[in-house]
Ligand binder design. Structure first.
Ligand code: ATP
Ligand code: ZN
Ligand code: MG
Length: 301
């Protein structure tokens, strides 16, 4: 079957999104949000007992993002919160130049906040501050609005989008089990949603030449898998979920320890909520009433 539905993608975008003057930033209509809510509650039904739920704001402490390695690996994607700082007269001076539109921008200076690029970053330092991870590992359900300074604004590559994640912190075997169990649920989830898909080893969009080598090694070691849905074409399907094993990366940085005193490993399973909703509308159409009955039932809130 051919799932090349580019035209459909355009229709979906026109029907469900409203332009807000910047590429990849949209207002979403009630129908789109209804499906987003339905998806979110479907995902919640997969939450394992004992999972702690935390909802994060769209900003993160800048020092935490620097320390986590994000700045080093993805400086091109990161957005920083900048403000006019200083005394009232400093701020007034920035607004009273001849060419105010540009001058106030050059007078901006960075604050201690950056825009969240993914939902799980604030979790690791927070959990580390509580002491050792209990035997069996700790599981979390986190979410936030994310920002990425993407270099293309094709439909589905938003600058501002929502991410939901299940995260596991524990011994290597516990964390790997968590990730493989999630990979094992994909087929059921895709059937429930009536979407064609495949999974594949993938890499993160690391910055620069050294980053290319990191990406190759990430694929070789199967540290990241993606759930790919053919929205644009079969050849370049869209990543709607990712299954990431960070090994001891965050454990070392934040000194996360298991009860046995070992460095904890971490893994996260990320749902690109807006992309999943976009996929449903692209594949089933913009008329919700005509979606397959079982899909409508699955995402009924
Ligand atoms: P891509 O491969 O499309 O660049 P990614 O590999 O950088 O995405 P992750 O960092 O794994 O994505 O983020 C988890 C999920 O968040 C992705 O699988 C995707 O569904 C969603 N996502 C990532 N970037 C965007 C974006 N710019 N717009 C919408 N959703 C996104
Ligand atoms: Zn994550
Ligand atoms: Mg990717």
């Amino acid at each position: 079957m051919n799932y090349v539905v580019n035209e459909q993608l355009e229709t979906v975008s026109h029907t469900l999104f409203r332009s807000l003057g910047s590429g990849g930033v949209y207002a979403r209509t009630a129908l789109f949000e209804q499906v987003v809510e339905g998806l979110s509650s479907l995902i919640s039904r997969y939450r394992e007992p004992g999972t702690e739920v935390l909802r994060f704001p769209p900003v993160i402490n800048r020092a935490q993002v620097e320390k986590s390695g994000y700045l080093h690996s993805f400086p091109h994607l990161l957005g920083c919160v900048s403000c006019l700082q200083g005394s009232e007269s400093d701020i007034r001076a920035a607004l009273e130049g001849h060419n105010v539109d540009q001058e106030w921008v050059t007078a901006l200076s960075a604050t201690d906040l950056v825009l969240a690029p993914a939902a799980c970053y604030p979790l690791y330092p927070l959990v580390a501050s509580r002491g050792q991870i209990p035997r069996g590992g700790a599981k979390f359900d986190v979410a936030c609005d994310c920002f990425r300074h993407e270099n293309s604004h094709e439909i589905g590559r938003f600058q501002s989008f929502r991410m939901r994640e299940y995260v596991c912190i524990g011994a290597p075997d516990e964390v790997l089990k968590f990730r493989s169990e999630w990979l094992g649920r994909v087929d059921e989830l895709a059937n429930v949603l009536g979407i064609p898909y495949r999974t594949a080893a993938a890499s993160d969009p690391f910055f620069g030449r050294a980053g290319k080598m990191m990406a190759v090694s990430q694929v070789e070691q199967e540290l990241k898998f993606e759930l790919l849905i053919p929205l644009r074409s079969q050849e370049s399907p869209t990543a709607c979920m990712s299954f990431n094993y960070h090994r001891d990366h965050f454990g070392i940085i934040w000194q996360l320890r298991t009860e046995a005193g070992e460095v904890a490993h971490t893994a996260c399973v990320a749902f690109g909520i807006d992309r999943l909703a976009l996929a449903l509308f692209t594949l089933h159409g913009v008329d919700f009433e005509r979606w397959p009955r079982h899909v409508r039932d699955a995402i009924a809130v």
